[in-house]
Design a protein. Sequence first.
Lengths: 218, 251
Amino acid sequence: MFWTVTLSLLEGFWGTLKLFCLTLVFSLPLGLAICLCSRSKVKLIKLPIRLIIWVIRGTPLMLQLLVIYYGPGIFLGINVWGTDNRGRFLAALIAFVINYACYFSEIYRGGIQSIPVGQREAGKVLGMSRSQIFFKITMLQLIKRIVPPISNEIITLVKDTSLARVIAVYEIIWNGQSFIKSSGIIWPLFYTGAFYLIFSGLLSVLFVRIEKRLDYFR
Amino acid sequence: MPILEVKNIKKNFENTEVLKDISFDLEEGQTLSIIGSSGSGKTTLLRCLNFLETPDEGTITVRGKLLLDGANPITDQRQLRENRKHFGLVFQQFNLFPQYTALENVTLAPLLHSDPSMKDEIIEKGKALLAEMGLADRMGNYPHQLSGGQQQRVAIARALAMEPDILCFDEPTSALDPELTGEVLRVIRELASRHTTMIIVTHEMAFARDVADIAIFMDDGIILEKGSAKELINNPKEERTKQFLSSLSSR
């Protein structure tokens, strides 16, 4: 029984992992784009973006999942997600990407603001171009400052993926819970916790390593 | 012909006139010190010379070449960067790049601006400059491993590595502990004795008097008094200059 459960949970964890990785792949760069827009001097770009960030950060992710999955059908009368698992997964992915991109954008914004203006001015005075200043001076300092808050968010994301089951996306908790109905046992559900723990533990080790690597300067 | 001609520079921030009408010349090999109370516009003037601020009006000419015309500002970024290279700037807060060693700080910009084949030469020159600053044994250190005085000397080497026509200093010792100002002032004094053209904004009156050829006293956005540094600091003519100097010596 233990092996049957473990195998089933591993299969469910694959769903968790896919959602986790794809969310990061898209939301980390999208966050940077949102960050640049929210710092724009053009009000027509800045204000709508700030509004979106406010809404996304001000409402529960679970609600956003429901709105994105059911919203188009209810409000527009069109079924954009189809009926199969892939459509639900895509809807969940989009909700996660938008949500996390907004959080990341605020982290980037704080990071950029915390770099002293003098760094950019020193680059300017040395005749460096905007892109040289960004890539040669600002970027590494920015990365150093945002690694701790970003790693916090990423570890939260590991656990947030479980919210996807409100729109019936298969992930590890879904599989764990299914044993209650099928076999009348609850321990597989509790057992899922071990998977989260091990995975977030590995990530923590990775982030500590990155922080150490960047420890050589202040 | 003077190396630097500054004519009728005006600069407003919001509704405040920070620079009202600044004109002066500087001969090659001379050191000019700019003194005056905070808020008098000294730093803004220096930032205009380094193109960190754009004057609303006025011109800046180096070696007869018009680099900046406030009425007709340069929009081409490449041209702006070229023009900027005539000036070097040493900041009050050093502004070294924390992720680079002392030597990398000095060679970063020259390496970016030149052909890869020049690499060895640039690095050798960077080492020589740091050695001149008395930092031969500190080249591999990161800024946070250096004292303030050492950091500022690296910053001076970094500015010199670009071979500017005119080297500017914005209160180079104001962020330093008193016991560390000496080593930085010694380096600047050495540069002056080798006839590096320099503009120094400073509160160190004794230093300004000894090192500078010319001094300018700025007050409320204008040049109130200009003359030989010794004369201006020892025997100021204007009442306001006297007041300022005596307020410093009474501290």
